[in-house]
Design a protein around this ligand. Structure first.
Ligand SMILES: NC(=O)c1ccc[n+]([C@@H]2O[C@H](COP(=O)([O-])OP(=O)(O)OC[C@H]3O[C@@H](n4cnc5c(N)ncnc54)[C@H](O)[C@@H]3O)[C@@H](O)[C@H]2O)c1
Length: 378
């Protein structure tokens, strides 16, 4: 097999980045599409010459090796399980799911089917993030004890204000920006720093969105088992082109990263092996401010997944790691409900008894409504 034949499920906003990222990649051919929204489906099909299906069963019977899933979060589990049962390899957009139990069902079904399964967490595939991972693994900034991270993914106001859009809803989105955007940071930071021990969070609404919508702005304080303390700030209302940022301080140096910069990483290191000593330096890394870094990272993630299929490799980014990202989302929500910090042990007690769906219930009551003194011009 020289290339992988992909079918896509969900032809909304994120498809455009995958399409551009995989363009000219000889190992990837997108050949068919399924979506319940005929308008989106036909537009994608026309633009990318895809064969369309109106029934999921027929789509799965078509001549495809793998499926790229890009649907609202509450559907990830059922669609991934169905794809696995149809014997297709699956790459599914983040966050993996809305509860830990859904993640388990996905892991069980994909393992049983013996197919390749990876969550499309593009932050694992950003060259800047891979560079930072290497710097940390080489010990160039020593042991990380402190840092902060920011995800500022501005979206149009209707995604918050329209109660009928699934985005940021408790039932279909699995929560607000912590679930939708925070998960990028949690997965990235876990990769660098290991497991989280506890979290404390503040959830806020800076815009007067309907009650079925979760927080638009949040601060999450994370304590890692390594002892590192990290603040994660998340908002989808901050007015600037989409970006993300991370600042990490270790016993031998500092990393500053911002995806709105042309050169996204600055390093200061006192390590003997540091490329430059005594001052910050900015390595040349494949990058471009939004939207370019999206295209780059999604291109690499899809290419890597295709390579795993073609070379029969197990994806390095495992579903169990993706599930940890969902665990930190739920831990943040649990902390907001407790009005105090929550530990992973607290989360595991819920997981082993009443189930993690219960964390999303009543969450709307603890979101701080901060919008009374804020004037938006929409
Ligand atoms: N990695 C990133 O940075 C990034 C960016 C944006 C979105 N995403 C993720 O991509 C996924 C999709 O987000 P989006 O922004 O494209 O959403 P969207 O609302 O723009 O598109 C979702 C599509 O799914 C379709 N759909 C809904 N129910 C369906 C069903 N039962 N079967 C088939 N299709 C169905 C809708 O009709 C729509 O076309 C989400 O998981 C989201 O978090 C990731």
């Amino acid at each position: 097999m020289d290339f992988v034949k992909f079918g896509i499920i969900g032809t909304g906003a994120v498809w455009g980045y995958h399409r551009l990222g995989a363009k000219n990649n000889p190992k990837i051919k997108f050949i068919s599409a399924y979506d319940t929204n005929e308008r989106n489906l036909n537009r994608a099909a026309k633009f990318s010459k895809l064969k369309t299906y109106s029934k999921l069963d027929d789509f799965f019977k078509s001549d495809i090796d793998a499926v790229l899933v890009m649907v609202p979060h509450y559907l990830h589990k059922d669609i991934v399980v169905a794809a696995a049962e149809a014997g297709k390899h699956v790459i599914c957009e983040k966050p993996m799911a809305t509860t830990l139990e859904e993640c388990d069902d996905m892991i069980t079904a994909t393992k049983k089917a013996g197919i390749k399964f990876m969550i499309a967490e593009n932050h694992r595939f950003l060259p800047a993030h891979q560079y930072i991972k290497d710097i940390i693994d080489r010990g160039l900034i020593g042991d990380v004890f402190f840092g902060r991270s920011y995800e500022g993914a501005f979206v149009t106001a209707d995604q918050f204000l329209d109660p009928n859009k699934w985005n940021f809803t408790y039932d279909k989105g699995g929560g607000g920006v912590v679930a939708d955007q925070g998960v990028h940071k949690f997965t990235f930071l876990n990769w660098l720093l290991g497991e989280v021990y506890s979290a404390q969070s503040w959830l806020g609404k800076a815009i007067n969105s309907p009650p079925n919508k979760g927080e638009d702005t949040a601060i999450v304080l994370l304590r890692y088992r390594s002892g590192a303390m990290i603040t994660v700030d998340i908002s989808s209302l901050t007015i600037h082109p989409l970006t993300n940022r991370t600042e990490l301080h270790g016993t031998k140096g500092t990393i500053l990263e911002d995806h709105s910069w042309e050169k996204p990483v600055q390093i200061f290191s006192s390590h003997l092996d540091a490329e430059v000593k005594g001052e910050f330096y900015s390595p040349t890394i494949e990058h471009g401010p939004f939207p370019k870094y999206y295209k780059i990272s999604m291109g690499y993630e899809d290419a890597y997944f295709a390579e795993c299929i073609l070379e029969d490799k197990t994806p390095e980014f495992t579903p169990e790691q993706a599930k940890q990202g969902v665990a930190i989302v739920l831990l943040s929500y649990l902390s907001a409900k407790k009005g105090d910090f929550a530990t992973m042990d607290d989360l595991m007690k819920i997981y082993n008894t009443i189930g993690t769906r219960s964390i999303l219930e009543g969450l709307d009551k603890v979101v701080k409504k901060n919008y009374e003194h804020i004037k938006w011009e929409l």
